[in-house]
Ligand binder design. Structure first.
Ligand code: AP5
Length: 191
């Protein structure tokens, strides 16, 4: 899943993981959990995340490679917020080729800047995430445009991208994603 900060990637990833019975792998969540537990990785990334910068590709790629090798990812997985750089795209290609697999679809969730800033400022009041201040939110959005938005064209050239409007009720966005996945032949397993 790709889209600007606040588009709803994490919210939708949790719902889709349950619907499609595959693990949602969120690099942001993995890093935050390491920060909270004060692991060596957490100590390395804490200030980077608080500033809204990207964690170095080498660290991020290693985290994803390790997570993808766990048994629950063998039958499918959903990546939330990875890859975000061209280097990460190439590393992911390499990892998946080594596992004899590939991505099936890239879900782009769109939302305009006013909406995402408003959502993230609202979340700041609820969760107190260090990177949800207005200055850092705007920096994260700029970094997304500079480093991550160009990946959409790269994946579109592979015909993998479906674009979903992220505005409106969470359930409505989920329905749009489920419909878009169906156009790529991806259906939820029977309950
Ligand atoms: P990450 O946690 O991935 O942050 P992000 O991309 O900035 O995404 P957000 O979690 O802010 O937004 P989201 O699109 O997931 O929306 P959400 O569902 O949460 O990454 C954090 C940091 O980790 C990065 O800045 C970087 O430092 C590092 N990092 C992570 N991955 C990396 C990578 N690959 N490479 C390098 N560094 C990496 O929703 C946001 C809010 O909106 C919530 O409050 C939610 O309740 C609300 N909301 C959701 N949907 C709706 C809706 N439809 N209507 C109203 N409100 C909604």
């Amino acid at each position: 899943m790709i889209g600007p900060p606040g588009a709803g990637k994490g919210t939708q990833a949790v719902i889709l993981a349950s619907t499609y019975k595959i693990p949602a792998i969120s690099t942001g969540d993995i890093f935050r959990s390491n920060v909270a537990n004060e692991t060596e990785l957490g100590l390395q990334v804490k200030a980077i995340m608080a500033a809204g910068e990207y964690v170095p590709d080498s660290l991020t790629n290693a985290v994803v490679e390790s997570r993808l090798s766990e048994s629950d990812a063998k039958a499918g997985f959903l990546l939330d917020g990875y890859p975000r750089t061209t280097d990460q795209v190439h590393e992911l290609d390499r990892m998946l080729t080594a596992h004899g697999t590939a991505l099936s679809v890239v879900v782009l969730i769109t939302a305009d800047t006013d909406e995402v800033v408003s959502r993230l400022l609202n979340r700041a009041g609820v969760e107190g995430r260090a990177d949800d201040t207005e200055t850092v939110i705007r920096h994260r959005l700029a970094l997304y445009e500079e480093q991550t938005a160009p990946l959409i064209a790269l994946y579109a050239a592979r015909n993998w991208v479906v674009t979903v409007d992220g505005l409106g009720a969470v359930d409505d966005v989920t329905s749009r994603i489920v419909s878009a996945l169906a156009t790529k032949g991806i259906a939820a397993p029977a309950a």
